[in-house]
Design a protein around this ligand. Structure first.
Ligand code: HEM
Length: 471
């Protein structure tokens, strides 16, 4: 009960005057991230079309699948989702602590480092310079050092801001955002140290990295955004502060152990694979606990869901619940027997990184950016963004889940490989349809970001003072 009070107090004591420098920083992070979202997902659409028209744009090596795929994945991760989440985390650190950002300069340095890393990484990958087939760490080592430096400066700024807070308690969101940033710095360092990365050592590190990049970075930051934005848009405190803390510690306990579930049936020790399966099942504790917390906060207020940031947060929470539970199911040996190496996994990646993380970022931006800048997006445009993205991701995930299962069963049956390609063809077409809708939604989002940040027009309603809680 005392903890519930902390949650309410945190929102009440928050500084209410507008902080123009913070608004400028938050806007710049959002605008940069949005530009990268459009670039990275234009590449995603091209990749999707290459499955339907295999001869599309193959003349130059710069446009081949092998070079463009890591550009898509690294840019959605480190140029869209990372700056999008860091911009939100810095804003939340200052506002929930009732203080100013520790250093505006440092925030600009972080943004520059992230953008420099993304530009260098993209150009290098397209010219064929990479770290090899190490998923999500294909960037050359020195580019990952620049990315790491961006994370260190972001963590420093968040911690120093929260250290100057008005009250005694650290608001729950900051546990997640600061915890996630610190864990990720550890993960980046582990993957930069070369000594043990040979043979199976490299496989173990790769499993650790690729899953923790998702689970110890994007997941806690997105959950931290929910814990701050949701009480705002629902105009009530979070259902249970204690449950939020419990989910935080259980996430930290189980997540680092599950990376090896990407390498079931590989030569990695059997006990390590089994440990990863057990940890994958244990993840149901923070996932269901956290999701219940958000859904209970939203209960009984359907009117708040109509064309507000809450719609995006609701889809984000459902994406978290479904995508993570699906991850647990996929970790069982009997089911991975069917789905491993198939397009089912690509559907899972998009359910989590798009249905959960990307929707969480959108929900956070729509809930908080208008409060920072005083400019609200047009309701209709918000609805168009929402429906294009939601229908798009449902089509995308359904197509690859059904197609991927058929593909896996074909392989188990011992059918000729080309049979599985023929069977997948209609599902790849549907993936392109879903992906195109998603991409169109990003253009609408970009327009909304423009309206919420730099656009000066009557449509961009200037709100005198801070927006009412939950408006
Ligand atoms: C217009 C939207 C998008 C389209 C059309 C799209 C398309 C694609 C395609 C075609 C692939 C290659 C799949 C393969 O190798 O079989 C891919 C991979 C991937 N994409 Fe996207 N994508 C989109 C948005 C996103 C976003 C926003 C994120 C993350 C924030 C993301 C994360 C990933 C990841 C993690 C993979 C690797 C999947 C795996 O290996 O399991 N995508 N995407």
């Amino acid at each position: 009960m005392a903890n519930e009070k902390v949650a309410v107090v945190s929102h009440v004591t928050e500084k209410s005057e507008r902080d123009d420098e913070l608004a400028r920083i938050f806007s710049a992070y959002t605008v940069c991230a949005t530009i990268w979202l459009i670039f990275a997902t234009a590449v995603g659409v091209l990749l999707a079309l290459k499955f339907v028209y295999p001869d599309l744009l193959v003349a130059s090596p710069e446009l081949t699948f092998g070079r463009l795929r890591p550009i898509h994945t690294n840019d959605t991760f480190y140029a869209w989702a990372s700056p999008g989440l860091i911009g939100l985390a810095l804003y939340i650190a200052a506002k929930s602590s009732g203080t100013r950002l520790y250093s505006a300069k440092l925030a600009w340095v972080t943004l520059i480092l992230l953008n420099v890393a993304a530009i260098c990484g993209t150009v290098a990958l397209d010219l064929g310079y990479n770290h090899g087939a190490q998923e999500y760490r294909e960037w050359l080592w020195w580019i990952r050092v620049i990315l790491g430096a961006g994370l260190v400066t972001a963590a420093w700024n968040m911690i120093a801001t929260v250290a100057h807070r008005e009250g005694k308690d650290i608001y729950l969101s900051n546990w997640y955002t600061i915890g996630g940033t610190l864990w990720t710095i550890v993960i980046v360092i582990v993957t930069l140290i070369p000594w043990y990365q040979h043979g199976l050592g490299q496989v173990a590190v790769q499993g650790y990295y690729m899953h923790n990049a998702v689970g110890m970075w994007f997941t806690p930051l997105s959950l931290g955004v929910f814990y701050y934005a949701l009480p705002k848009v629902m105009n009530r405190p979070i259902y249970s502060y204690s449950l939020g803390i419990f989910a935080f510690w259980t996430n930290l306990t189980f997540y680092p152990l599950l990376g090896a579930h990407h390498f079931l049936f590989s030569p990695l020790p059997w006990w390590l694979q089994t440990t990863a399966i057990v940890a994958s099942v244990a993840m149901l504790v923070p996932v269901w606990g956290g999701s219940a917390n958000y859904l209970m906060t939203m209960r009984g207020r359907p009117e708040r869901l109509h064309r507000t940031a809450a719609m995006f947060i609701l889809v984000g929470v459902l994406g978290y619940l479904l995508g993570s539970t699906q991850g647990t199911v996929e970790a069982f040996r009997s089911l991975q027997d069917v789905w491993h190496f198939t397009n089912y996994t690509v559907g899972h990646s998009h359910l989590t990184m798009y249905g959960f993380v990307t929707f969480a970022i959108w929900g956070g931006i729509y809930a908080l950016l208008p409060r920072a800048t005083g400019k609200e997006p047009n309701n209709l445009m918000l609805g168009i963004h929402f429906w294009l993205a939601t229908v798009g991701i449902i089509v995308y995930v359904m197509a690859l889940s059904i197609g991927g299962t058929i593909q896996g069963l074909d392989w188990i049956n011992g059918d000729p490989f080309i049979q599985s390609v023929v069977d997948m063809a209609p599902y790849w077409l549907w993936r392109s349809v879903g992906g195109t809708l998603m991409f169109l939604s990003h253009l609408v989002f970009a327009w909304n970001v423009w309206v919420m940040t730099y656009r000066r027009s009557p449509e961009a309603r200037r709100v005198a003072g801070p927006v009412q809680a939950g408006a």
